[in-house]
Design a protein around this ligand. Structure first.
Ligand SMILES: NC(=O)c1ccc[n+]([C@@H]2O[C@H](COP(=O)([O-])OP(=O)(O)OC[C@H]3O[C@@H](n4cnc5c(N)ncnc54)[C@H](OP(=O)(O)O)[C@@H]3O)[C@@H](O)[C@H]2O)c1
Length: 330
């Protein structure tokens, strides 16, 4: 193994910089992974902007990225859950590099035959959407409303809900041309929020009852509209704040419908809680992935050398699904 590797560095300017850096060594409880592909996330861009020293950012350099897929090439002291050669995928900081270090508890098995450039786009969506469904106490037979169902993780959430037995999945997008995209991942009722009023459309799709569980990726005004669209005794989980973190809600709707509101942010979850969230994927979710019931929607795949193209696509807001960086020469 070489001493250095390629990595996309944040904190030097407005763009990532592709550079050679030392290959990290696994510490106690850690695993060293040869990374074959990495997927971008919405959070990558604000993190890059906040680190840009030429525009008031903190200027602390770090390797960008969160998602990876590859195989295990090294084990830190005390790791007996993985072996060298195991096929893996996961969500951990510093994934835009040829080698990734991960806490052994946060690594997921990559099913045989699932190519790295597909697998790398799954982990954040799987753990976030499953973690949110778990927080809501979701059970098979319930209905699920997913706002921002066209997001990379929302598209995984829709398939996950169906694989776990959701009776009905309702998904929102702002744009009518994304209708087919949502239908393609199993959304039963698509609501185009540029054209339809969210609460009314959800009530119409649920015989006036509302959805049992809401996975909200949008927040802002949409979060407020979710409350009257949720069934009595239902659960609303805020996952993302694409339309902004503030929302003015009608507390009558919360109280009279006996709703429970949850917030999840797995990037800020304590390690022991995160280990439980990851372990929660093993009994049902990873087998569903292995059976091909859950697949990420990939917008485009580019070599890491063409990272600028990936950044531009991510910034455009036009991507349908995930953008993947391949690291084939690792
Ligand atoms: N809680 C957690 O642990 C966690 C983990 C991962 C991600 N997240 C959050 O989840 C959200 C989705 O992440 P992602 O990486 O999957 O996103 P993404 O793929 O980049 O989502 C892009 C899509 O979001 C929709 N969108 C963008 N701005 C919007 C707005 N103002 N109002 C409504 N929809 C808007 C657009 O869909 P349409 O054009 O179809 O409307 C756009 O195509 C982000 O807010 C992210 O920070 C949270």
């Amino acid at each position: 193994m070489a001493d250095t590797m390629r990595a996309l560095i944040s904190g030097r300017g407005p763009e990532w910089v592709l550079d050679e850096v030392p290959v990290p060594q696994p510490g106690p409880g850690e695993v060293l992974i040869r990374n074959l592909a990495a997927a971008t996330n919405n959070a990558d861009l604000p993190m890059l902007a906040e680190s840009d020293p030429t525009n008031g950012g903190h200027g602390k350099e770090f390797i960008a990225g969160f998602e990876y897929a590859g195989d295990v090439v090294g084990l830190g002291e005390g790791v007996d859950t993985w072996r060298v050669g195991d096929l893996v995928m996961g969500s951990t900081p510093r994934s835009f590099a040829d080698y990734v270090i991960a806490d052994h508890r946060f690594v997921l098995p990559r099913p045989e035959g699932l190519a790295p450039e597909i697998a790398c786009a799954l982990p954040t969506g799987l753990l976030t959407e499953h973690g949110a469904l778990t927080a809501a106490g979701f059970t098979a037979g319930q209905s699920v409303l997913i706002t921002g169902a066209s997001t990379g993780i929302g598209l995984i959430g829709a398939q996950l809900a169906k694989a776990l037995g959701a009776a009905r999945v309702i998904g929102t997008t702002r744009k009518t041309d994304k209708r087919e995209l949502l239908v393609g991942v199993g959304v039963d009722t698509v609501i185009v929020t540029d054209e339809q009023e969210l609460s009314e459309a959800v009530l119409a799709a649920t015989e006036g009852a509302g959805a049992d569980v809401v996975l909200d990726h949008v927040a802002g005004e949409t979060f407020a509209q979710c409350l009257p669209a949720t069934k009595v005794d239902g659960h609303v989980v805020n996952i993302g704040r694409l339309a902004g973190p503030a929302s003015t809600i009608n507390l009558d709707q919360l109280s009279y419908r006996h709703l429970t509101v949850h917030g999840v942010s797995f990037g800020f979850t304590r390690d022991w809680e995160m280990a439980a969230v990851i372990a929660g994927l093993l009994p049902e979710v990873i087998p569903a992935v292995a059976r091909g019931e859950i697949r990420p929607v990939i917008d485009q795949t580019v070599d890491i050398a063409d990272f600028q193209q990936a950044a531009e696509r991510l910034r455009s807001g036009e991507a349908a699904g995930k953008i993947v960086l391949t690291l084939a020469s690792a």
